[in-house]
Design a protein around this ligand. Structure first.
Ligand code: SF4
Ligand code: SF4
Length: 101
């Protein structure tokens, strides 16, 4: 078994939710996006694109927070992330901008 160093157990709701958009045909399979994703949400597809490269897939949608680091590191503009506020997040920042009653 591979030790990932990640904590196990129920996850707290994260502040942001996100999704990535992948233009498979632009990808050259360098895997920068997978290596630098801070939440380990991406994996290499077993499929090839038309150029013969394995492109990334969003393997763990629930872990993506839309930070767009994958997009910043991609040299070919083949991937980008989008984020939005998680309505279930109850942290301190969730109340920013709201007036006390
Ligand atoms: S947007 Fe951020 S969290 Fe989502 S896959 Fe890209 S690097 Fe990972
Ligand atoms: S960083 Fe861009 S080119 Fe490299 S594997 Fe990811 S999507 Fe493909």
């Amino acid at each position: 078994m591979v030790e990932t160093g990640k904590a196990t157990g129920p996850k707290k709701p994260q502040r942001f939710l996100g999704v990535t958009f992948i233009k498979e045909e632009l990808c050259k399979g360098c895997a920068f996006c997978i290596e630098f994703c801070p939440t380990d949400a991406l994996e290499t597809s077993t499929q090839f694109n038309a150029k013969g490269y394995h492109y990334p897939i969003l393997a763990r949608e629930e872990d993506c927070n839309g930070c767009d680091l994958c997009g910043l590191y991609c040299p070919d503009f083949a991937i980008f992330g989008v984020r939005w506020n998680n309505p279930d997040y109850k942290g301190r920042q969730a109340n920013e901008g709201k007036e006390d009653k």
